[in-house]
Design a binder for this molecule. Structure first.
Ligand code: CUA
Length: 179
């Protein structure tokens, strides 16, 4: 079929579907179903991506909750960064703010305890990347992400921003301590 044909002959949807086209439609459909199944499979057996919940919020609402959490649970201030270190109550909720260009505050967790960590951004899209365990979550303004975490090893973990967010992106680093 081409544009040289008169308009009456250009009705492509009236043409019969070729065998090869049917074959590709079938391949694409089957592959789509396999990939759909993989989403469920990785949800259960995948080692990297956590199953998280997300709720609508605003930067103001989230900041208010985070500030309350920080005021109630701060245990010390890190002298080299002048940033509060906040102990998350075991089994409880912790709040982490992403903004240009910092993660705030520093969270302190205990090995073997399960926590609900709430994440949101105050401005643009940031990427929460926890190293060296390589947990990655998009942090989007207007959404509160709730992630369940159970640290299995003591140590200092780095939070690296892995979504380009401007001039300070490369030094947007944070910390999580596991005791
Ligand atoms: Cu925040 Cu890149």
């Amino acid at each position: 079929m081409s544009a040289i044909l008169p308009p009456s002959d250009r009705l492509w949807w009236k043409q019969p579907i070729d065998k090869v086209e049917w074959a590709w439609i079938a391949i694409a459909f089957v592959w789509g179903m396999i990939m759909f199944g993989m989403m469920i499979y990785w949800h259960i057996y995948g080692k990297q991506n956590l199953s998280n919940e997300a709720y609508k919020t605003t930067p103001e609402l989230f900041a208010a909750k985070a500030e309350k959490f920080i005021a109630e649970n701060t245990i010390r201030t890190e002298t080299d960064q002048d940033i509060p270190v906040v102990r998350v109550p075991p089994g409880g909720d912790g709040y982490l703010i992403a903004r240009l260009w910092a993660w705030y505050p520093i969270l302190e967790l205990e090995e073997g305890q399960t926590y609900k960590i709430h994440l949101s951004s105050m401005d643009y899209n940031h990427g929460f990347s926890l190293q060296p365990v390589n947990i990655n979550i998009q942090v989007i303004p207007g959404y509160e992400h709730v992630v369940k975490m159970t640290p299995t090893k003591k140590g200092t973990y780095a939070i690296v921003c892995n979504e380009f967010c401007g001039i300070g992106h490369s030094w947007m680093l944070g910390r999580i301590y596991v005791k």
